[in-house]
Each structure stands twice: as C-alpha cells, then as structure tokens.
Design a protein around this ligand. Structure first.
Ligand SMILES: [Zn+2]
Length: 109
C-alpha cells in the first residue's frame, strides 16, 4: 500500500526506480577474480590445502599492494597464520599473517 492508503501505480514505481538509480562503487571489485584467489583456486584444484606464504605484486607506484577484502576472507579460510607478502615496485615488502589482515573474518561455514 502506498502512502495515503492507495495501491502504488506504475508512476509511483517509476519515481521510486528513478530515486534509487545510482552507482555505488567499491575498490573491492566484487565480481572480478583477483590474482590471489586465482592462485589459491589453482593450487586447491591441484590438491594443495596448506600454504606457507603468498606474494602479491603490482606496478602501483610507491604503494604496497595488499589483498582486497574478498581475498583476505579467502586467504584466511586456509589458516590464520600463514604469510602474505605485500610488495612495492622498488622490491621492498611488508609481511603480515592472514589473520592479521582480517582479524574478524567470517567463520560460518
Ligand atoms: Zn582480491
């Protein structure tokens, strides 16, 4: 029931759709498959289940690359204490444990 006690008309629905039309973007790139997840899926498909480390590289100038939120969840589901090596183009890097990157990860499986 629309406001005022009447059934919504097509005009009401169109006005509602116009009001909702927006594009909310996020750096997580929801439907893309990042290299981290691709690497893990490939490894799992070949029978690997335990990992010691993963290195992530990019050509981002002066920035250390780090996994997106989806990849952090994916990585931590294979353990909280393996290394994620995050690099910069100048060959410097920072290492963090998977559990450090996503301490409050989703655990309901
Ligand atoms: Zn990712």
């Amino acid at each position: 029931m629309a406001e005022g006690g009447r059934e919504p008309t097509n005009r009401d629905l169109m006005d509602c759709m116009k009001a909702m039309r927006c594009n909310v973007e996020n750096v997580s790139y929801g439907l893309t498959i990042c290299a981290e997840r691709t690497a893990l899926v490939k490894a799992v498909s070949e029978g690997h289940r335990k990992f010691k480390a993963i290195a992530i590289a990019s050509d981002l100038a002066n920035k250390t690359i780090s996994p997106c939120g989806a990849c952090r969840q994916f990585l931590v589901e294979f353990g909280v204490s393996w290394d994620v090596i995050m690099t910069k183009p100048d060959m410097t890097y920072k290492t963090m444990k998977t559990g450090e990157l996503l301490p409050l990860f989703h655990q309901h499986l």
